[in-house]
Design a protein around this ligand. Structure first.
Ligand code: SAH
Ligand code: F3S
Length: 484
């Protein structure tokens, strides 16, 4: 028992998710998510499907009849973390042998039934497009058989599943608008694990937002691997249409139009979106952002590298010059826009000059923040098959550190620009460091911390920014904003 206690007390890096319970449900589900926001949202879809099939969620691993872990394959380290987590489940299973363990998400899709051989603890393997099959698969494992469904779909968007909001602050939530990715960046495993790109019916997106507004949610982030290529023309794959005019003839809705529809119908809800791909982002989107005060002035615009040679090797469909031109245009149309990056250090064949080009591009853009990684070769990708992972790990680390250091400088430069301003902040929770302070974000997505006073969770308040660190603005509320 001592051993179990230790396991449970140990803070998982993933997020164990809980939600409200249904009285009639007798079984207990413990569900954890690793990786991207899409995985968090998918776990909410899974919890919703299982809530209709006898399962309430629990936060206690030792109580669970079923443990599901929603996994990430993006870098080797993500997979190692999950394998270690499975070891912990194993220790609990020794004490509770009837507990079943299922693996969801990208690792499930990548490893398929191999998972059952490699990790004896696993009973169930379910890929990202097969969650509706979970009730059947659970029947299989309850009958003592292993169960696997990793079939990827051309049109599954879960548009008809209303996600159960797990561990929600009741203020901000995610709504998926596309699934999969057709881009085939050579380093990336996502197209293999999440399948072909498909867009969700705008009607079901607006319906979901309507129901969330009724529940008093204040901020929605529209999610997709590549939101800018959102295109609804009746469902299925874009490539099933014979030509462009066939697509145009269907009543199509693109991302700029979807964003406009959302911001117009819900003026009191604040909208964000993620992730944008520079090759697909049009200035129409920026003009829609400029037009609506309820669309946050922040774009996550991954570039991966500032070198043309690397961009080409990565199969990113733009040059550094095109990217910088896009950024210049964005700043021209919306001068207060915040931008963030994803950057990969040490991709195949990267020279010191390529690395210097990355630093120079960062100096041009001066991102507000960034997510930076050392290249990690992923099985099955084009880079793994055709290119040599030839940058020594020490050099990768050193370049990554230089990128991080420069980003820190730029982040501080950006946060300093806010000091002295009065900015609208949506209160999203208590500050991690002090229970006397609220935390929220301004339109640019920068975290703002300020004394609670009489304000409450979910209020839009105007905050006078008095100080900053590289990542946080510190201030004092001066009143409610007009948005309340
Ligand atoms: N479009 C996606 C990108 C998913 S991957 C999205 O919605 O965020 C997130 C980031 O992980 C990528 O932008 C890239 O910077 C990084 N990444 C992907 N594959 C990687 C690899 N093999 N090694 C290191 N970083 C990687
Ligand atoms: Fe991956 Fe590139 Fe798509 S990074 S998710 S293949 S846009």
């Amino acid at each position: 028992m001592e051993q179990v206690k230790k396991i449970i007390d140990e803070k998982a890096q993933g997020q164990a998710l809980i939600t409200e319970t249904k009285k009639e449900n007798a079984k207990k589900l413990f569900i954890e998510s690793y990786g991207c926001q899409m995985n968090m949202n998918d776990s909410e879809i899974v919890a919703s499907i299982l809530a209709d099939n006898g399962f309430n969620t629990t936060q206690n691993l030792e109580d669970a009849d079923l443990v599901l872990v929603n996994t990430c394959s993006i870098r080797e380290k993500a997979e190692t973390t999950i394998r270690n987590r499975l070891k912990k489940y194993n220790a609990v299973k020794k004490i509770n042998p009837s507990m079943k363990v299922g693996v969801l998400g990208c690792m499930a899709e990548r490893l398929k039934s191999k998972f059952l051989e490699e990790e004896k603890i696993v009973d169930l393997v379910v890929g990202p497009d097969a969650y509706k099959d979970l009730p059947n698969l659970i029947e299989e494992i309850e009958a003592g058989r292993d169960a696997v469904n990793v079939i990827l779909s051309k049109d599954e968007t879960y548009g008809d599943v209303s996600p159960v909001r797990l561990n929600s602050n009741g203020v901000s939530a995610f709504v998926s608008i596309t699934r999969g990715c057709d881009n085939m960046c050579t380093f990336c495993v996502v197209p293999f694990t999440r399948g072909r790109e498909r867009s969700r019916d705008p009607k079901s997106i607006l319906e979901e937002i309507r129901s969330m507004q009724k529940k008093n949610f204040k901020e929605i982030t529209l999610l997709g691997q590549n939101v800018d290529s959102y295109l609804w023309y009746g469902g299925g794959l874009k490539k099933d249409f014979k030509n462009a005019s066939e697509i145009a003839q269907a009543t199509a809705v693109n991302f700029a139009q979807l964003l406009d529809m959302c911001a117009t119908e819900f003026p009191k809800i604040r909208f964000r979106f993620s992730t944008s791909n520079p090759q697909d982002m049009t200035l129409d989107v920026i003009h829609v952002m400029a037009k609506h005060s309820n669309i946050c002035k922040y774009i996550h615009l991954p570039v991966q590298s500032g070198s043309n040679a690397m961009l080409k090797a990565m199969n990113r469909q733009h040059t550094r010059e095109e990217y910088m031109e896009l950024v210049d245009n964005i700043y021209k149309i919306v001068p207060e826009m915040a931008l963030s990056q994803d950057m990969i250090a040490g991709f195949c064949g990267e020279t010191e000059q390529d690395h210097q080009d990355t630093l120079a591009l960062m100096n041009h853009v001066k991102y507000d923040f960034g997510f930076m990684f050392a290249y990690s070769e992923r099985p099955g990708t084009l880079a793994e098959k055709k290119m040599k992972d030839d940058v020594p790990s020490e050099i990768k680390k050193q370049r990554l550190q230089e990128i991080i250091n420069l980003q820190q400088e730029h982040s501080l430069y950006r946060t300093k620009q806010h000091v002295g301003n009065i900015e609208e902040v949506l209160i999203e929770g208590e500050s991690k460091k002090s229970n006397k302070h609220w935390k929220g974000r301004n339109t640019q997505n920068t975290v703002v911390v300020f004394p609670k006073e009489h304000y409450t969770l979910g209020d839009f308040v105007n905050v006078k920014i008095e100080d900053c660190t590289t990542a946080t603005l510190i201030g004092r509320a001066v009143g409610y904003s007009d948005n309340n």
